[in-house]
Ligand binder design. Structure first.
Ligand code: NDP
Length: 288
């Protein structure tokens, strides 16, 4: 009978980004690894745009199990991958890579994390719903594509910059079953009465200054609307507070952040992490 040798070598994952010092994902992932009894480490790795190619070679050389990508790598990483999941290809960006033997496979868990938060935290099925997104950046692309693939019937993209908004609407109309339209964001946006979900997918609210809210005609928000914010910290943004004041149900960006990490955990380890452990780890770091 052969004796099993004790391995003290940890499995490695992490995030490539620049800047990366304040990225909270490692805290949440390491808490989940510990809770699952896994000897895994999550490293915050500062990788500049020009060093991405060498850093990707390092994933293979050092046998990382996978990696997250954040600014500025979510789009530029595509050319280094062996395979890209169909939804990530539609989104045009990858935030999670998993290594299977020597193949690197790109995924995007941001929009799936939002979809799961809408379903599980808000208890709403987006199938057949009319949804308005404020913004057309990376987060809006990921979220709108996943909600369209999950059966949302109509998507309105409201954006300041026309070209970015129109390009996203083209993708949604041509590549998903949803019907999409673009509205240029000028002044206070009036939410159409038939909208059922409104999402702030811009970075407005990240710095909680006085009046730091997306420009929306608040009188058009009422109790029939679910209002969501992509900003995870502070979870209760000025926008969500104002929407709740109008009687709307609200959903903060913390759930999306937890679930996008939980989906990456599952892709890397094959296991379901503890959602409460991940959420509590993030809440603790955001409070400190
Ligand atoms: P991008 O830079 O790709 O896009 C930003 C979007 O916000 C653009 O549509 C931009 O419009 C719009 N915008 C920014 N400032 C204003 C303004 N003053 N008025 C009107 N529109 C504005 O960023 P991302 O999409 O990657 O990220 C957006 C936010 O989502 C960030 O705060 C990020 O932290 C958060 N996020 C949260 C996640 C979570 O898990 N909770 C996951 C991923 C992101 P324009 O095109 O006109 O410039």
């Amino acid at each position: 009978m052969t004796q099993q040798l004790l391995s003290l070598r940890a499995d490695l994952v992490g995030v490539f980004g620049d800047p990366v010092d304040e990225n909270p994902t490692g805290i949440m992932q390491e808490a989940a690894f510990a809770a699952a009894g896994l000897n895994w480490r999550y490293l915050l790795l500062r990788v500049s745009a020009e060093d991405l190619s060498s850093a990707i070679a390092g994933i293979r050389a050092m046998r990382f199990r996978g990696i997250n990508l954040t600014i500025p790598h979510k789009v530029s990483v595509l050319k280094y991958l062996n395979e890209v999941a169909p939804d990530a290809a539609l989104i045009g960006a990858v935030n999670t890579v998993r290594r299977a033997a020597n193949r690197l496979i790109g995924e995007n868990t941001d929009g799936k994390g939002f979809l799961r938060s809408v379903r599980e935290d808000a208890g709403v099925d987006p199938a057949g719903k009319r949804i308005v997104f404020l913004g057309a950046g990376g987060a809006a692309r990921a979220m709108s594509v996943e909600l369209a693939l999950a059966g949302a019937s109509h998507i309105t993209i409201v954006n300041r910059t026309r070209s970015r908004g129109e390009e996203l609407v083209r993708t949604l109309n041509q590549r998903t079953p949803a019907k999409a339209e673009f509205v240029q964001w000028v002044g206070d946006y009036p939410v159409p009465p038939e909208a059922e979900i409104l999402v702030n997918a811009t970075s407005i609210g990240l710095y909680p200054n006085e009046g730091d809210k997306p420009r929306v005609m608040m009188a058009t928000i009422g109790p029939d609307l679910l209002v969501c914010d992509v900003i995870p910290n502070p979870p209760r943004t000025a926008f969500l507070t104002a929407a709740a004041g109008r009687g709307a149900r609200t959903l903060d960006g913390l759930g999306m952040l937890v679930y996008q990490g939980a989906i990456a955990f599952k892709l890397w380890t094959g296991l379901q992490p503890s959602i409460p452990v991940m959420r509590q780890a993030l809440e603790k770091v955001f409070r400190s």
